[in-house]
Design a protein around this ligand. Structure first.
Ligand SMILES: O=C(O)CCC(=O)C(=O)O
Length: 195
């Protein structure tokens, strides 16, 4: 399964493309079973959460939590699961996905980083992903970059859908820094009009 010319044009115009049923239900189930194991193992390990105030490296395997306290910690993210798990490695090299990415941005492609986002229910707090431009997270001198998101569960308003602003990829890049110049990974929507 690749993409049609009209899908490619849709991507160029809107800055995103949705492909259904790309990964089989069987493979999704395997991935979810693996994630359950990883999460259970981590929860049972009772490791103290290290202070996350310092610099985080984007290219190693590590968990990101919603709290520094070991008491009510919840996993927000697992960075680079493909470095430790073959299933994730194989997913990151999925031929169907690579073929689509090559058609969308042209030429050969290189894998940059992987992450597994957990969307916590509201009451557990901390997993809200604020408005941002992905480019701010992977600054490059070139802009032929793409984020591939793979949904491991059906997604509805209540479990944190990804929202996009159509065509915003052709507009300006906004600051993702705080007033005191720390990278905060979100746009201050009070300061700017989002398109
Ligand atoms: O899932 C979301 O709400 C946004 C995820 C995202 O943009 C990211 O992880 O780069």
């Amino acid at each position: 399964m690749s993409i049609t010319r009209s899908e490619s044009n849709f991507y160029k115009k809107n800055g995103y493309l949705v492909k259904d049923q790309l990964i089989s239900k069987k493979d999704i189930n395997k991935l979810n079973a693996l994630i359950n194991k990883i999460v259970t193992k981590e929860k049972n390990s009772r490791k103290k959460v290290k202070d996350q105030g310092g610099t985080q490296s984007y290219n190693n395997y590590h968990f990101v939590f919603n709290s520094n306290s070991s008491k009510n910690k919840e996993i927000l993210r697992l960075n680079n699961p493909q470095n430790n798990n073959k299933l994730f490695y194989d997913l990151s090299r999925n031929k169907k996905i690579i073929d689509i990415v090559k058609k969308l941005i042209g030429g050969t492609v290189r894998f940059h980083l992987g992450k597994l986002n957990f969307k916590l229910p509201n009451k557990k707090k901390g997993s809200l992903v604020e408005w941002h431009q992905d480019f701010a997270f992977y600054p490059h001198t070139n802009d032929d970059l793409i984020t591939v998101g793979i949904y491991l569960e059906d997604c509805y308003e209540k479990n944190g859908p990804l929202k996009v602003i159509k065509g915003s990829h052709t507009k300006e890049l906004f600051s993702h820094h705080s007033n005191d110049n720390y990278f905060v990974g979100k746009i201050n929507t009070k300061k700017i009009r989002l398109i």
